[in-house]
Each structure stands twice: as structure tokens, then as C-alpha cells.
Design a protein around this ligand. Structure first.
Ligand code: SAM
Ligand code: SF4
Ligand code: SF4
Length: 360
């Protein structure tokens, strides 16, 4: 008989792998700066209905001109300064990051950076997977550590409807295989679950990725941006997802590996691998949120739900030295008090930034 043990892995105390106190700049709520998410483009070849609905991001939508984007040198400089302030993980995102020309050159530049104690950053990328089969080897050779691939359904008709793209599921699956072969594993697969849309795919996805060596992560549908018409009743909670999978396969919780790990992890009892739950809506994790986001044209955002960013491009292009950049980053982080998901419902936002602009 199947058995599910409910237990919140994030409730465990911070683990020893966390860096010594004082080595990272801390925000107004005491949270250290650990992660930098870099959005390298606001463009995408998909029009996922929950992220870039075509009615809003149609053929007349104006994207950022290339001259507005941070150059690879500018991005690398910000990343270098961020490492000196406590960052240990860098994730490239978008829009679709593999649409940025020669992204592997940027990966190589970032992979050469070092933390103050001489360690290379953990360097990852989130992609919709369409170009991954073509790019996986070059990304791995450039020094990328791992990839996360978004995939919301295995059913072709449903996937095409959700991504509004005409791309078959097989293209994404071959991208995932190519990434694993290139050594970019374990590959994480992100599935955003929307009730009445793709929640019928929870079990087919779970069955498909058991024994694959990839980690399937279910993401609660979030009220990011202001274009997706989000409704609470479309959210399928992580607890419900664990229950549904647990009815078929026995699951047990896995310890969080480090403070700030966003996914609650569960392993199949029979050794078929593990799944993750990202419960930003039902069980917010703002208290452990250590992420700073850099937009394509050089604005820093301290929360996915922020209304305003802090420009660093002007500083970069004014010839400012590293100390001025360090002061800017530290100042932005130290002034941070965000905890939108914990306040959801009480915290009204008029102009939330779009996910396709700032990345997941
Ligand atoms: N284009 C890339 C991709 O789709 O993987 C990277 C950028 S995308 C904005 C990053 C992640 O955000 C994806 O896994 C996507 O599914 C997720 N996402 C976008 N809109 C979301 C929403 N409303 N709720 C939850 N996750 C969302
Ligand atoms: Fe593009 Fe990713 Fe947004 Fe889908 S979720 S529209 S693939 S940026
Ligand atoms: Fe972090 Fe903001 Fe999300 Fe809370 S709502 S986890 S502070 S990004």
C-alpha cells in the first residue's frame, strides 16, 4: 500500500554547508545574499499562457533593443562583484536564455569567476529546452554546471496549447537527453501546475521521469506579473500534488541540503528517484529567500514581485570602479525587506514585473 509522510523539509535548521556568518551581505531581515539570477533577454520563442500570453506579447510588442541589454562584460562584472558580497549560485534565465546569441561565451566568462575563497560559482541555466539539443555540448564545455528545463505536459496537444508554440514535446525531451549526456545533470524538470489545464498531467509526468535520473519539480502557479489573470482556485498546492502521487507511489521526505533551497524534496521509497515541490503560494519561503535578480538591461530586483528595480547600468557605463559597484549592490541588498509571498492578499501591487522579463 502507498504511504505518504507529511513533513516539511525546510523546517530543519540551516545546515553546515551554509557559509560562515559575516561572509555575505545581509538584508534588513537578516537574510544573506547567496544567489544571483541573471535574465539575459526579455524575448522568448514560446508564448506560455501563464507567462507571456499572446494577446499581450503579440507581434506589435516592443522588446528591449540590443543596445539596451547589458553586454557580456557588464554582466560578468556585476556577477564578480556579487560573488564578493556572498553570492555562490548564478542562474541564467530570461525570457529564453538560449535565444541570446553566443550565450556559451557568457557562460565561459562566468565560469572563470571565483568566490573570495577561490571556489567557482555553481552556474546553472533555466530553459524551455527548444534549443538545448543543439547547445548542450557547447554549454557544458563552457563550464555550465547543470540545467533546469521547463516542461508542463507530455501530451502534445496540451503542451502546444500551453506553450502556444507549435513545438512538439519530443523536441524538449531530446533537449533533456542531450543535456544529461553532456554532463549537465541531474537535469531538473520544472512543471507549472494549473488546475483545469494540466493537473491531469501530474501522474503521467511523475511516471515518465521515475528512474530517469532527472528531478521533476512541481511549481505552484503564481500571481507573477499582471498579464496572466491569475486566480487562487487555479493553484494546485504542493500538498495535493504529493497526495496524488503518493496514492500511486510511496514517498518519503528528503532533508534540505542547504538553507534557501526552494524545493521541498521527496524521494520514491522504491529508489526510483525524487521529486520537488515549489510551494511559493501555499507555503511561502520568503524567510529563506536569498535571491537577487538582474534584469536584461541592468536593473537589480530584490523580489520576484517587486514593482521597481535599482539601475546599475548607468553606473557600469559611467566608468565607476569596483568599490562603487560593491557599495551599490550592498546598499540595494541591505535595504531589502521583501516578503511578498508571505503577505499575499495583504500586499497590493499595481505594477508587478513580468516573469518573462526577470526570469523565474
Ligand atoms: N524561458 C525559460 C523557461 O521557461 O524555462 C526561462 C524563463 S521562465 C520565466 C522561468 C520559469 O518560470 C519557468 O520554469 C516557468 O515555467 C516559470 N513560470 C513562468 N510563469 C510562471 C507562473 N505564473 N507561475 C509559476 N511559474 C512560472
Ligand atoms: Fe518563455 Fe519561459 Fe515564459 Fe514560457 S515560461 S513564455 S518559455 S519565458
Ligand atoms: Fe523571495 Fe519575493 Fe518570492 Fe518571497 S516573494 S520568496 S522574497 S522572491
Amino acid at each position: 500500500m502507498s504511504r505518504v509522510i507529511f513533513h516539511r523539509p525546510e523546517d530543519q535548521p540551516a545546515l553546515a554547508s551554509e557559509l560562515a556568518p559575516g561572509s555575505a551581505v545581509r538584508d534588513a531581515r537578516g537574510r544573506p545574499l547567496r544567489d544571483l539570477r541573471i535574465s539575459v533577454t526579455d524575448r522568448c520563442n514560446f508564448r506560455c499562457t501563464y507567462c507571456m500570453p499572446r494577446e499581450v506579447f503579440g507581434s506589435d510588442h516592443v522588446f528591449l533593443p540590443h543596445s539596451a541589454l547589458l553586454t557580456f562584460e557588464e554582466i560578468t562584472r556585476v556577477a564578480d562583484v556579487a560573488l564578493s558580497q556572498g553570492v555562490r549560485k548564478i542562474r541564467l534565465t530570461g525570457g529564453e536564455p538560449l535565444l541570446r546569441k553566443q550565450i556559451e561565451v557568457l557562460v565561459a566568462m562566468l565560469a572563470r569567476l571565483r568566490t573570495p575563497d577561490g571556489q567557482p560559482p555553481d552556474l546553472t541555466l533555466t530553459t524551455n529546452g527548444t534549443l538545448l539539443a543543439r547547445k548542450a555540448d557547447a554549454l557544458a564545455q563552457a563550464g555550465l554546471t547543470r540545467v533546469t528545463v521547463s516542461l508542463d505536459a507530455l501530451d502534445d496537444a496540451l503542451f502546444e496549447r500551453m506553450s502556444d508554440s507549435g513545438v512538439p514535446v519530443a523536441t524538449i525531451l531530446s533537449g533533456i537527453d542531450a543535456a544529461a549526456r553532456a554532463g549537465l545533470g541531474p537535469v531538473k524538470i520544472n512543471m507549472v501546475v494549473r488546475r483545469g489545464m494540466n493537473d491531469g498531467q501530474i501522474l503521467p509526468m511523475a511516471r515518465h521521469f521515475r528512474h530517469s535520473g532527472h528531478i521533476l519539480r512541481f511549481i505552484e502557479y503564481m500571481d507573477v506579473g499582471s498579464t496572466n489573470g491569475w486566480r487562487m482556485d487555479e493553484v494546485v498546492t504542493g500538498a495535493e500534488i504529493v497526495r496524488r502521487i503518493g496514492d500511486e507511489f510511496s514517498l518519503k521526505p528528503v532533508q534540505a541540503q542547504y538553507r534557501g533551497e526552494v524545493a521541498a524534496r521527496w524521494a520514491y521509497d522504491d529508489g526510483a528517484g525524487e521529486i520537488g515541490l515549489i510551494t511559493s503560494v501555499s507555503q511561502p519561503f520568503c524567510g529563506d529567500c536569498t535571491r537577487l535578480r538582474l534584469s536584461p538591461e541592468g536593473r537589480l530586483f530584490t523580489c520576484l514581485f517587486a514593482e521597481q528595480g535599482h539601475d546599475v547600468r548607468a553606473l557600469l557605463r559611467s566608468g565607476a570602479g569596483d568599490q562603487a559597484l560593491r557599495d551599490r549592490l550592498a546598499g540595494v541588498w541591505q535595504g531589502r525587506g521583501d516578503r511578498y509571498s508571505e503577505l499575499r492578499g495583504q500586499a497590493h501591487r499595481d505594477h508587478k514585473i513580468e516573469m518573462s522579463y526577470i526570469g523565474g
